[in-house]
Design a protein around this ligand. Sequence first.
Ligand SMILES: CC(C)(COP(=O)(O)OP(=O)(O)OC[C@H]1O[C@@H](n2cnc3c(N)ncnc32)[C@H](O)[C@@H]1OP(=O)(O)O)[C@@H](O)C(=O)NCCC(=O)NCCS
Length: 178
Amino acid sequence: MRINLFRPKTKPFLERVIIRTLVKRDLKALEWDGEFAHFRHLYADSYERMLRGQNLMWVAELPGTGIIGQVFIQLNCSQPELADGHTRAYFFSFRVQPAFRNLGLGTLIIKTVENDLRQRGYSILTLNVAKDNPRARKLYERHGFKVTGQEPGVWSYIDHQGFWRHVNEPAWRMEKKL
Ligand SMILES: CC(C)(COP(=O)(O)OP(=O)(O)OC[C@H]1O[C@@H](n2cnc3c(N)ncnc32)[C@H](O)[C@@H]1OP(=O)(O)O)[C@@H](O)C(=O)NCCC(=O)NCCS
């Protein structure tokens, strides 16, 4: 007698992930249990800019788990060589939670935001990658980004406890034609 064992098939990981723009209730999840709480005000400002149409905050959600990845896109800013509101957009704050890295999610996020920007009429994507992050630079090169310059990477922000934090992160400027 043949026994039919029913084994429910789980969809592959990447097919279960939903990539969408952030809604206000997601903001807390960007803090990753406290590790990125120091960016709370920056995230809130970024959200306000999204409401004004100046940027886009993308998140990757795994149903049942929550937000596991993110990237923000600045559509215009005070540095038109980075983002000018119609041709150039700037890619930043890209991260995937460690447990979900090296599974292709970062690549899926990059492709999703690139397609979205093409539809919005943008033709160049810019980013800065820290010089001490060669793996990320390699990933961007695999996606067609080329180094076009350098950035001192010096900037400051106020953290969630009201203290100034100073960042000194020399970076490569990279660009890609969409
Ligand atoms: C960069 C990052 C978003 C890629 O996400 P991902 O889901 O792992 O990406 P994919 O699975 O599509 O691609 C894997 C590639 O990511 C890169 N990568 C993997 N781990 C990384 C890490 N800790 N830091 C930087 N890049 C990493 C590598 O190029 C890797 O390819 P390799 O195995 O051939 O070296 C993710 O690794 C991350 O969050 N890193 C820490 C934050 C960071 O460095 N962000 C970029 C800032 S410019």
